[in-house]
Design a protein around this ligand. Structure first.
Ligand code: PLP
Length: 412
């Protein structure tokens, strides 16, 4: 037992629910440590999607026949599952999209274009994923807004005082990740929301990395927008969610146009559908939404408090063991961190290390992690990143450490 909470679930049983973890890679049992990129899928998610395609498949919101009504119930039921998971006030605030990237682009193309003008300011942090930087750069180039960067310290932490000093009446949006994919830093988003709101700015929280690891309550955070990706939280790819406060969504113009987002169409005039359908043009990813709901049920069956404790234990163990390796430097040592360890090894290129890890059956990431400004901050071209999920254990970390030591002796 690796967690200290009472009634902690049996994590070896949880691991057994992931078929992919039973297979070998390059002749070795797979050790999957690239959860920051995407998580593996438990049987319950695979089966929910399989059952849908085998026995429930029909288009939603359209058919008057039973199959279509049942598919619609499942799809709308998934929306309710997400609403409860995020503690949103209404399912009108839950928009299904492809993932975090699309959710952020929706806000940039719809809300920001309708509400921002030249010289308005958007603040992003230095640790954002490219998907929470580039959409705002497009706006800067097209609308002449100002894009400002809240820097982090040498540990990879944001300073709230610095944010207080930055915001002004010109600030219209703060776009911040709740947990950094490159460093693992967990940001104090609730306090950041309060600071941004004090000058009337809206806040978009990128929850791509947070939702698999910690309980999120959008009502308590009081954020205006929240984005997540299903595939990082044990659900399928191609499905994600934009949560936004209802009043904002009501006032926002549609982002894409087509079927389902309209109430009536003539060549002279189109009336848009009510929320949330106004933002869901075309046939949605029905099986994806059903899979995402199954993933949420999977997470809730374990309990996010148990998941967080399990991953905190893995993080502490991995950090301690990796630090024993000569020449290894951890990048990102924030006090408040999720289950991500980024590191470099003196004299070894991260890509060479990851290739040798692969030969040992260990899947981890060596790259800039779509967060090039983070690499620039720490003055490294890339890092090696091990990111943990519910199925990882101490044995995975022991194999990682042993493989690094062996690779080092080959490369140096
Ligand atoms: N934001 C963060 C912090 C991420 O880690 C990622 C993916 O790695 C994204 C956004 C983009 O997510 P997606 O590719 O699912 O749209």
């Amino acid at each position: 037992m690796q967690t200290s909470l009472k009634n902690s679930p049996d994590f070896s049983q949880i691991r057994a629910q992931f078929p992919i973890l039973q297979q070998t890679e390059n002749g070795q049992p797979l050790v999957y440590l690239d959860n920051g990129a995407t998580a593996q899928k438990p049987l319950s998610v695979i089966e929910a999607m399989d059952t849908y395609y085998r026995t429930q498949n029909a288009n939603v919101h359209r058919g008057v026949y039973g199959l279509s009504e049942r598919a619609t119930e499942l799809y709308e039921g998934a929306r309710e599952t997400v609403r409860q998971f995020l503690n949103a006030q209404s399912t009108k605030e839950i928009i299904f999209v492809r993932g975090t990237t699309e959710a952020i682009n929706l806000v940039a193309f719809s809300w920001a274009r309708a509400n921002l003008t030249r010289d308005d300011e958007i603040i992003v942090t230095e640790m954002e994923h490219h998907s929470n930087i580039v959409p705002w750069q497009l706006l800067r180039d097209q609308l002449g807004i100002k894009l400002s960067v809240l820097r982090m310290n040498h540990l990879g932490e944001i300073c709230l005082e610095a944010l207080k000093g930055m915001v002004s009446a010109k600030t219209k949006l703060l776009a911040v990740t709740q947990m950094s994919n490159a460093l693992g830093t967990i940001n104090p988003v609730k306090e950041m929301v309060r600071i941004a709101h004090s000058v009337g700015a809206k806040v978009l929280v990128d929850g791509a990395q947070a939702t698999p690891h910690m309980a999120v309550d959008v009502h308590d955070l009081d954020c205006d927008f929240y984005a997540l990706s299903g595939h990082k939280m044990y659900g399928p790819t191609g499905i994600g969610v934009l949560y936004a406060k209802q009043a904002l969504l009501e006032a926002m113009p549609p982002y894409q146009a087509g079927g389902d987002m309209i109430y009536s169409v003539t060549f002279e005039k189109t009336e848009y559908n009510v929320l949330p359908y106004k933002f869901e043009a075309g046939t949605p990813h029905i099986a994806g939404a059903i899979g995402l709901a199954a993933a949420i049920r999977f997470i809730e069956s374990i309990g996010l408090e148990h998941i967080a404790a399990h991953e905190a234990d893995l993080l502490a163990y991995a950090t301690a063991e990796l630090k024993k390796i000569d020449g290894l430097r951890i990048i990102g040592e924030a006090k408040h961190k999720g289950g991500v360890v980024s590191f470099v090894i003196e004299g070894v290129h991260p890509h060479d290390m990851a290739t040798l890890m692969d030969q040992e059956g260990i899947a981890l990431r060596a790259s800039h992690h779509c967060a090039m400004p983070v690499m620039q901050h720490f003055n490294v071209p890339a890092t090696i990143r091990a990111s943990f999920g519910v199925y990882n254990n101490h044995a995975d970390i022991d194999r990682l450490v042993a493989a690094i030591l062996e690779a080092k002796s080959m490369l140096l």
